[in-house]
Design a protein around this ligand. Structure first.
Ligand code: DNO
Length: 346
């Protein structure tokens, strides 16, 4: 495995140097953030990011994310021009030495939480999700914090209307269409696409979500068998669904060579659908992180890993989920797990 760390580009308050100082950091996971969704990322912007990383001794082999334009998810006639741009992005990123692209296919919203600063009794705080609270929100007048993309109220309402006819089946067909169109760019560059699961893994505000469970992956791999059609195994997203057997899934998809990227994060269940994010250690939450890492290693996983969402600790007031300290602790813990398990298995 290669240990990596998410870095939000030049706007990130965490210096690359600090990231490099975390033991075993091979590189960062980043993106070009100032080009509108659906457009081609200029080569000079990509190369600038890469050289900033390399100056600090870090690789830039994983991009998270190249966002997918809503017209592609909606299957609108305009999708083809956005797919062409996506195709070109893959080619450009391949030229810059990128090996893996993380993306998602969630309609309108990326990950959703109801509280970004849930206090723990130890003084740390983290993200949490309360289903009833979410259900009480008016999707037509939403002001949830933490989205990767924000819309004006009008834009949001128009988009929600456009999704009215989009069933899960239709959305899945649109995903398959997109993947089939871009796979030649992956064959050419060797880049692995790694779809991020829906977070949390159930429908939101009547919008379909399709990457949620074992059944989704079965359909996904059957529909697009190309080896570059891979996944981001995100323990926190999939793990929010108690129906998911993460150990079994990790082993199975790693053995199939489908896991390009692993996001490792911990959560603590507080209700059937409710959870609070926690420190990465197994004993800190409800997911058996040790067993998941073991399953990955036993399955022959050799992709990228990053410690996902950390808490705010030691007085840090970081970007929600993406402060320095707790993610660094998470990386150290994961490094230890991987080393121990890999040596044991050999
Ligand atoms: C949240 C992240 C997601 C992820 C995207 C991938 O912390 O894991 O925002 O980057 O869903 O496209």
């Amino acid at each position: 495995m290669k240990m990596t760390f998410r870095w939000y580009g030049e706007g990130d308050s965490i210096p690359l140097e600090y990231i490099k100082q975390i033991p075993n950091m091979s590189g960062v996971v980043t993106a070009v953030y100032d080009v509108p969704v659906g457009e081609v990322w200029p080569m000079d912007k990509i190369l600038r990011l890469k050289s900033l990383c390399e100056e600090k001794g870090l690789e830039m082999e994983v991009i998270e994310s190249v966002p997918v334009h809503e017209d592609i998810k909606l299957g609108k006639p305009t999708r083809d021009k956005y797919i062409d741009a996506y195709y070109q992005n893959i080619i450009n990123l391949g030229k810059a030495g990128v090996k893996c692209i993380c993306y998602n296919f969630m309609p309108v919203f990326d990950w959703l939480r109801t509280n970004l600063k849930t206090m723990d009794k130890d003084g740390s705080n983290s993200l949490s999700y309360n289903h009833e609270e979410l259900m009480r929100l008016d999707p037509r007048n939403l002001h949830l914090p933490g989205w990767d993309e924000s819309y004006t109220t009008d834009e949001l309402n128009n988009l929600l209307d456009e999704y009215k006819g989009i069933t899960k089946e239709k959305l899945f067909e649109n995903l398959v269409y997109f993947l089939q169109e871009i796979m030649p760019a992956c064959d050419e560059t060797g880049i692995n696409m790694a779809i991020h699961p829906d977070d949390p893994p159930w429908d939101m505000f009547g919008l379909p979500r399709i990457i949620t469970s074992e059944e989704s992956y079965k359909k996904l791999f059957e529909a697009v068998p190309n080896k570059h059609n891979g996944i981001t195994f995100c323990t926190g997203s999939l793990g929010a669904g108690r129906f998911n057997d993460l150990v079994k899934m990790a082993k199975e998809y790693a053995s199939m060579g489908r896991i390009g990227f692993a996001h490792i994060r911990q959560l603590r269940y507080s209700g059937e659908l409710d959870f609070t994010e926690a420190g990465h250690l197994t004993s800190a939450g409800s997911l058996d992180i040790y067993a998941i890492v073991k399953a990955l290693v036993e399955g022959g996983f050799d992709g990228y890993v990053r410690p996902d969402h950390g808490r705010n600790i030691w007085g840090e007031d970081g970007k929600p989920g993406y402060g320095l300290y707790d993610r660094a602790l998470g990386a150290a813990y994961l490094n230890g797990l991987f080393e121990a398990i890999e040596k044991e298995i050999k």
